[in-house]
Design a binder for this molecule. Structure first.
Ligand code: HEM
Length: 331
């Protein structure tokens, strides 16, 4: 059920857009109103979440430490795995965000045929995740050509690199299209095939992947199979961006389905686990330097405790201590 239900929801969303546009001719609703509302919800939702997280108190210094911390000069510090300053934190964060470094170090535990516990390398999730996120990002950046006129040189360059395997009978084929479909399918199947991962997965895990798969599939269908009027779509998008609302005739329904699914993703995004996009930068275990030995950090919430040091104690009782023969530090 936790797989069927998300699948049904995605299919219903597709059917809604299809029926709305093809049956009821609601192109203004699906082409203008829904994308607008979705964009506003996305923006406000995203900003609110990030602001809330950034306002959350972090009373303890809790960076994840996976190597030798900065210590005496003859101990070699592991600068990336246990950063003690801002440069190290930025380096570790950049490698995490751009290359998923901690996932690369992922291991799997297995019981061997001889009954032994064995740890092995496990790189498929890292590879699948990395390919998925990078292709998603590159596709989004390539989409800017639909929003910008003239198209910036950098985007044309990216398109040229992405479509190096051009075939005579097709529009330029993008490597990232194949990459996102393959990697998202792998990420989905991983949660279906492995009983352990299936047990851990929630409907929301399947929904996010299925929705993104549906967006990529409709995009690919639109580009290579149904062929839509991209000039008319650019007109519509220009209308959206310049607030001069205009829905040109003759845009295929597949475009409205694609756009509707993207709108649903946008609305869903700020309230879902997909917010790890913004959250990773606000994670105290990742964005703090481990300088606990060099600097004393005091929890600002600590109550103001009145302390009585040994020196003060001795000052107070020195004479009495001497009289009863107790040793004192100061005469
Ligand atoms: C989450 C965001 C989105 C994803 C993942 C996505 C994905 C895709 C994919 C994989 C393709 C296939 C061709 C290509 O890679 O360029 C595509 C095509 C397309 N997408 Fe999207 N898309 C997104 C958002 C949008 C938005 C917001 C619009 C319009 C407002 C849009 C309009 C189009 C159009 C018009 C095509 C066909 C382009 C062509 O024929 O060259 N997409 N999309």
């Amino acid at each position: 059920m936790k797989i069927i239900n998300p699948l049904l929801i995605v299919l219903v969303l597709i059917a809604l857009a299809y029926a709305g546009v093809n049956g009821a001719g609601m192109t203004v609703l699906f082409g203008l109103a829904v994308p607008y509302i979705a964009f506003v919800v996305f923006l406000l939702g995203f900003i609110t979440k990030v602001l809330n997280w950034s306002r959350s108190p972090v009373p303890f210094r809790i960076p994840t430490t996976v190597g030798q911390g900065k210590s005496l000069p003859w101990f070699k510090q592991s600068k990336l795995d246990n950063p003690s300053g801002t440069a190290g934190v930025i380096g570790r964060m950049a490698l995490e965000v751009l290359l998923f470094r901690s996932l690369f170090k992922n291991t799997k535990a297995e019981i061997t045929s001889g009954g032994m516990l064995a740890y092995g390398s496990s790189k498929w999730l890292w590879l699948g995740g990395l390919v998925f996120h990078w292709s998603f990002l590159l596709i989004l950046v390539r989409h800017l050509r639909l929003f910008l006129e003239p198209v910036p040189g950098l985007i044309t360059l990216l398109e040229a690199g992405d479509s190096m395997f051009e075939m005579a009978f097709l529009p330029a084929f993008y490597l990232t299209d194949a990459a996102i479909l393959l990697s998202a399918t792998y990420l989905f199947l991983r949660r279906v095939v492995s009983p352990q991962i299936k047990y851990l997965s929630l409907p929301a895990d399947y929904f996010a992947i299925l929705l993104i798969l549906a967006i990529a599939t409709t995009g690919v269908l639109m580009r290579y199979y149904f062929r839509v009027d991209v000039v008319a779509i650019k007109d519509l998008i220009r209308g959206l961006v310049t607030f001069s609302f205009n829905v040109p005739e003759g845009i295929g329904v597949i475009f409205y389905i694609h756009l509707f699914l993207v709108s649903v993703l946008a609305v869903y995004f700020p309230f879902s686990k997909l917010m790890h996009l913004g959250g990773v930068f606000l994670s105290p275990t990742r964005n703090m330097a481990n300088n606990n030995r060099a600097q004393r950090h005091i929890n600002p919430w600590n109550p103001d405790v009145k302390i009585h040091t040994y020196e003060e104690y001795e000052d107070e009782f020195r004479e009495k201590m001497k009289e009863s023969g107790l040793p004192v530090e100061k005469e």
